[in-house]
Ligand binder design. Sequence first.
Ligand code: GLN
Length: 542
Amino acid sequence: MGGGVKYIFVTGGVLSSLGKGIVTASLGLLFKLRGFSVGAVKIDPYINVDAGTMNPYMHGEVYVTEDGGETDLDLGHYERFLHTTLSRKHNITTGQVYKAVIERERRGDYLGQTVQIIPHITDEIKSRIRSVARETGVDILLVEIGGTVGDIEGLPFLEAARQMRLEEGVENTFFVHVALAPVLSTTGEQKTKPVQHSVNELRRIGIQPDAIVVRTSRPLEEEARRKIALFATLPPEAVVSDHDVETIYMVPLLLEEQGLPSYISRHLRLPERRPDLGPWRDFVERLLNASKRVEVAMIGKYTKLHDSYLSIIEALNHAGARLGVKPVLRWVEATDIEEGRVSVDDALEGVDAAIVLPGFGARGVEGKIEAIRYLRENKVPMLGICFGMQLAVVEYARNVAGLEGAHTTEVNPKTPHPVIDLLPEQRGVRELGGTMRLGARPVRLVEGTLAHRLYGVTLVYERHRHRYEVNRDYYDVLQEAGLVFSGWSPEGLVEVIELPRREHPFYLATQFHPEFKSRPLDPRPPFLGLLAAASGSEPLGV
Ligand code: GLN
């Protein structure tokens, strides 16, 4: 069965968006720093097979794993906190579970049986969780169950977790419940009733939480802690405060200070070890003390939901902490420029750097192209990512190479100059889920270029998520016009473009997404380069 694996389940109560993902990632880090090998699984009870077809405007960014999974953004938190690489299997959805069971039913594997949520769906859920543990060989697997206890769609997953306690044994399973204690604005009181109700909801389906992490705006009062503990039949030390802090990276320190990992260790019969939190603390210190402000324009079309670009924001924070620079974001909505609500000059006036963000579709595209022109002509350090890179090519084609009406065929299939066009392998593709060019691919960097100087090596693996690419027919004309292609895929696709330093202090754009591999203690070179150029520090690299 479990093969000695310890499972820590994380559930949520009262509301969603409580930061369960951060709590899960933080616990993972604290056990990793105790010398255990740790993995983390996110369960999303929606029917989508994966996050790939969901609008980032509603659900936040689609996080891409090394093996090309299009997953929930919590996997990004896990990878960043754990400094690890997870696979698509670490994100389990209702869609995947039902799809597998229904396919099996059609094959006749359940011949004669009535196929039901219990046991067939719950068996499939348990088998997926266990197979991640087995295949990755971890000591501890955290399993975060998305949504809120009491949601209809979460029930089969909670039921599977309940059964796992029975099958794996109490000493091999731990249930952490994360719930909200609101502070009333009128009286300033910290209210525990919603936490109590959500614990009740959990118990109703047969799960007694082993610890409660209380999300609240200010430190949990002793009185509130005692009340929650008593009600939940837990010792007060099993109730911890997860109050607002300046950065999510402080949450592991908060949980450690209150002894939660030691408490869990005792329950799970794990040897008590002291974690070395030194490097993490240093990182948090540097992040909080970074004093040199650098204003970074974030140019995109999902700018009202910042979670749409979560990994990019975090990548900037990691690079900023390394350089002692505090990135201050100025959100620039490309559609506002496009529709004339603000001029590009006003939108970008005075920024120290800019990121032209990834995206899809026509809306806002002309606004982005105008912004890129401004950044190029005014020599503002600029990083373009994926769609941002493709539109930089369009801008250069139109305004420098003289290719009037140049465009990407994603936006204008009839353009006279399709400088960005569908990847050949995409031509026959009809289904939209999981069919882009996805995941980590090798990129060769051309010696002596900015890209090479930044990475310091000539071969890197970066993650992708796109259908379009620079059109080979335009390689010559674009290069003759001065655009430098500084990174290539083995198939000969353009992966990085840049301008020589004599023309621009920092103009770099990548077809890949460097943000997915940025880690707190290992910032990704394009973000370091951008912030270094913007803050006037010496550019990095060889
Ligand atoms: N829409 C572009 C493509 O499909 C870019 C995608 C992206 O920015 N992730 O190629």
